[in-house]
Design a binder for this molecule. Structure first.
Ligand SMILES: [Zn+2]
Length: 108
């Protein structure tokens, strides 16, 4: 088996976005999921996981993150800006739950 055959990709990894090298270093990336928004702010979500080096210990879990990318258009004198919010999985879930709760509360 050569090194490239040893790379295992998460189910959600998108081959065109993946940056894992044949030795297993680099990052797996999902395809960005763009959220439909009614406003001028654009949002997208993508997942990242550290590549596993060939021969890595099985008990050293790969780290997975959720990235929230958002674009804010120019407002007054403030120029437009792209932002990236990298979140660990637990923080992403907490943010999602908090947004859902806030949106339900605001909709009352
Ligand atoms: Zn991958």
């Amino acid at each position: 088996m050569n090194a490239s055959n040893a790379v295992a990709h998460p189910e959600w990894c998108h081959i065109k976005e993946c940056r894992v090298r044949p030795d297993g270093s680099g990052e797996h990336w999902s395809r960005p999921v763009k959220l439909e928004t009614a406003g001028r702010i654009s949002l997208s979500i993508r997942m990242l996981q550290d590549g596993r080096r060939v021969g890595a210990k099985a008990n050293s879990p790969a780290r997975t993150h959720v990235y929230l990318d958002y674009f804010v258009p120019a407002i007054g004198d403030v120029p437009e800006e792209d932002y990236v919010l990298p979140l660990d999985v637990e923080s992403a879930a907490a943010l999602g739950n908090a947004l859902l709760a806030a949106s339900k509360e605001a909709g009352r």
